[in-house]
Write a protein that binds this ligand. Structure first.
Ligand code: NAP
Length: 462
């Protein structure tokens, strides 16, 4: 894929970039290695000051940065502004808590025959982050803020369609005062990732993106024995049980499916509704979906902007056509909008069966799949009948039903009576083909650290 900003609202190429040459990559790798050697010696307090400065710059520049993201990948301006603010919050969060998360972990010395024994978290060095376009600032920031706080050095290979946001990130950290080479953007193609990942100066990698990209990076990293974290796709279930507040569930379901123009890994995608309330939920939900405004992402009144790429829209259309050909019922939407831009409306399909591709594949656009289940047992079984295991949502007023779902749904998260979202305070990640490892919270910052065991016997002078 060419490295270029292409406006999804018009299809026009705004700015193109050349991929880095081998010599330019070498220069950046060397710079990263040099920076890592000295940056790891900085204190938590020094790193926290720099992260807080980055947060302040993000807030000052919120509107311009939001406009850039909207231009490059079509998210609505309202959600783009919220994303910038979330990034600032993420920087502040790690500035405040990073030192505590990485404090030495003492163990009872007598039990291990020591005078003193503890675990110490130390940085690994340069970490490669391969990131997707859908939350171009937040995805990169939730890697960068904990990584830099831990004393690691970041190398960002961002998606090819958000090069300007990628360059903004490098510039942001430079202006915040991070030393040269501590955070660099590599404008490279996916084909150049292997060369960077195999380089001995690169110690680990994190990838957020599709399954095939994750498989490729994990295979190379496995071969080179480097730690990876993978955040991959999802097809989150949204269970609506008999005692749920149906109107509220339908309202939240609409946002949960259509946030970010339907292009979120943790968007609710499969709406599994128990038979008893299925007609009522479906009609509330369809009405709310059909009422969403599709249009110019720069207009604050718009609910759904264009899909990010032409290919992305074609993929959605193919999946919808397959479901319809196999007997799904179209409740609303289902037709691309005429004119320029890659617009696709909020769509509801019911009568989904395992024969349809959408049963087991991720739909990366504003398309909701409604599946009926006889009871709670069947709802949980259907929820788990997917290769993915990222987030999940459950709507019920019964604490017994909620407890069963929390226990039995195979996913990295369960949100009860609320929409799945990410918070710096909570761990984020998946199971099954949605990946492994965790981002955010204390767990995220520890992923790219060497937890060194320190055992000290008698004989040291005071
Ligand atoms: P993608 O095509 O997999 O791209 C993600 C990143 O991987 C891009 O930087 C891409 O570079 C790179 N890449 C692609 N193929 C590669 C390969 N073979 N080797 C090395 N790098 C490779 O995914 P996307 O279309 O941008 O994003 C959508 C997917 O990401 C969805 O499946 C979504 O669910 C998932 N996602 C997951 C999370 C999560 O936290 N679990 C969050 C957001 C998105 P190029 O752009 O140059 O191809």
């Amino acid at each position: 894929m060419a490295i270029a900003s292409v406006n999804p609202a018009t299809g026009e190429t705004v700015k193109s970039f050349e991929a880095l040459s081998p010599a330019e990559i070498e220069l950046r790798l060397e710079r990263a290695a040099t920076a890592a050697a000295s940056y790891r010696r900085t204190t938590f307090a020094e790193r926290a000051t720099l992260l807080r400065r980055a947060a302040a710059i993000l807030r000052e520049e919120r509107d311009a940065t939001a406009e850039l993201m909207t231009l490059e990948m079509g998210k609505t301006i309202t959600s783009a502004r919220a994303e910038v603010e979330k990034c600032a919050k993420g920087c502040d969060f790690y500035a405040e808590h990073g030192a505590g998360f990485l404090a030495d972990e003492p163990v009872e010395p007598a039990g291990v025959g020591a005078v003193e024994a503890y675990g110490r978290y130390q940085p690994l060095g340069p970490v490669l982050a391969v990131m997707p376009w859908n939350f171009p600032l937040w995805q990169a920031m939730r890697f960068a803020a904990p990584a830099l706080m831990a004393g690691n050095v970041g190398l960002l290979k961002h998606a090819s369609n958000v090069p300007q946001t990628a360059l903004y990130l490098e510039d942001l950290f430079r202006r915040a005062g991070f030393p040269e080479g501590v955070f660099q953007t590599l404008l490279i193609t996916s084909g150049q990732v292997e060369r960077v990942l195999r380089d001995p100066r690169v110690k680990a990698a994190t990838l957020t993106g599709s399954g095939p990209a994750g498989q490729s990076v994990a295979a190379i990293a496995g071969d080179a024995i480097k730690k990876t974290v993978l955040e991959l796709g999802g097809s989150d279930p949204f269970l609506v049980l008999a005692s749920a507040d149906l109107e509220r569930a339908a309202k939240v379901a609409t946002v949960a499916r259509c946030q970010n123009n339907g292009q979120s890994c943790i968007a609710a995608k499969r709406f599994i509704v128990v038979e008893e309330v299925a007609d009522a939920f479906e009609s509330h939900f369809t009405a709310a979906m059909a009422a969403l405004t599709v249009g110019d992402p720069r207009d604050p009144a718009t609910d759904i902007g264009p899909l990010a790429t032409e290919q992305g829209r074609e993929d959605v259309e193919e999946l919808v056509a397959d479901a319809l050909a196999k007997g799904a019922r179209l409740r609303c939407g289902g037709q691309r909008l005429p004119g320029p831009g890659w617009y696709y409306p909020a769509t509801v399909l019911s009568g989904i069966t395992p024969a349809m591709r959408v049963w087991s594949e991720e739909v990366f656009g504003p398309v909701a799949l409604v599946i009926r289940a006889a009871d709670l047992d069947e709802a949980i079984r259907v929820a788990n009948d997917t290769p993915f295991g990222l987030g999940s949502n459950v709507w019920t007023s019964s604490s017994t039903e909620a407890a069963r779902c929390v226990d039995e749904i195979e996913a990295g998260a369960v949100f009860v009576n609320g929409m799945t979202t990410s918070y710096p305070e909570l761990p984020f990640g998946g199971v099954k083909e949605s990946g492994y490892g965790r981002e955010l919270s204390a767990h995220g910052i520890r992923e790219f650290c060497n937890l060194k065991t320190v055992w000290v016997g008698a004989g040291l002078e005071e």
